[in-house]
Design a protein around this ligand. Structure first.
Ligand code: SF4
Length: 296
């Protein structure tokens, strides 16, 4: 059987790829190579979660080198330049709708497929080629940082795979709809081509909900940011934006109801005034009749 190394970012994202690969008769070895994760305690916590699940599921886990300095020298440098220009780049993650269709393969479709020698060159510190219109400059800056981040991790994983006799390399990064799936695929293929192994890319995004359900059910630690120091701030900004949007929606709803309440109250006041006017008129009539009777 072909030996496959599966680069894994964390435990929750490993659940579905491992299940799917096993259902296809492939037994992957999981490779945790994530120098992007900041701080070191977070790196250790994600690894511990992965190991705990893997021990139960009988999955072999290999830890790569944790080298934040190497990450800072590549992706970190690009991220710093982008941050200096754009600040925190929030709500720019994930493939655009058109990109989701751009060369993405269904799950399992690439297993055993020869890796492509085609690669997209990252102009370090610059932006990746834009296959679609309408992207913001900030988005391209964030993509460039993430591309460098994927590249570092996949290069390490592909190198390990070749040195240890694996025929192919896959990744769990494509589980998340918040990642750049197209770029993940390009970088995986590039890294594999450099090492002469197969790229085992699969788009696992359709299984994200199931991965979320299973990881919650299993009580696994689920991080709320991608991994690097930038993503921590970006995720916090995005959460704050979502909270602000929810607050605004609630206030708008209350305001809409306030209008309705005011209209109903005005209607009640009008009815009360009409009744009072009628009662006054009747009282006046009664008083006149009484006065006439007393005169007779
Ligand atoms: S957001 Fe995620 S993929 Fe992008 S640079 Fe940070 S850790 Fe890497």
């Amino acid at each position: 059987m072909e030996r496959i190394l599966l680069h894994a970012c964390c435990g929750p994202c490993s659940l579905e790829p491992v299940r799917i690969l096993r259902s296809e008769g492939v037994e992957p070895v999981v490779f945790y190579a994530n120098s992007n994760i900041h701080p070191a305690e977070e790196y250790a916590r994600r690894l511990a979660t992965l190991r705990e699940w893997a021990a139960d599921a009988d999955v072999e886990v290999v830890e790569g080198a944790y080298d934040p300095e190497a990450w800072e020298a590549t992706a970190g440098r690009i991220g710093d330049a982008a941050e200096a220009k754009f600040g925190v780049i929030a709500n720019e993650e994930g493939d655009l709708e058109e990109e989701a269709l751009f060369g993405a393969n269904p799950v399992g479709g690439d297993l055993g497929r020869p890796s492509s020698s085609k690669s997209t060159v990252l102009d370090e510190g610059g932006a990746s080629p834009a296959p679609t219109e309408g992207r913001t400059t900030a988005r391209r800056a964030r993509e460039a940082r993430c591309r460098a981040c994927y590249r570092l991790r996949f290069e390490e994983a592909a190198h390990y795979a070749r040195e240890h006799g694996f025929a192919a390399l896959g990744t769990t990064l494509s589980v998340s709809p918040y990642q750049y799936t197209r770029i993940i695929r390009e970088e995986l293929e590039r890294a594999c081509a450099r090492e002469g192994i197969k790229a085992c890319f699969a788009d696992y995004r359709p299984f994200y909900d199931e991965a979320t359900r299973r990881s919650r059910e299993g009580g696994m630690y689920r991080q709320n940011y991608c991994g690097c120091r930038f993503s921590d701030a970006e995720a916090a900004a995005e959460r704050e934006e979502r909270r602000a949007a929810r607050r605004a929606a609630r206030e708008a709803e209350l305001a809409a109801h306030a209008d309705k309440r005011a209209a109903a109250e005005a209607e009640r006041a009008r009815t009360r005034a009409e009744k009072q006017a009628y009662a006054d008129k009747q009282a006046k009539k009664r008083a006149i009749l009484k006065a006439l009777r007393e005169q007779q």
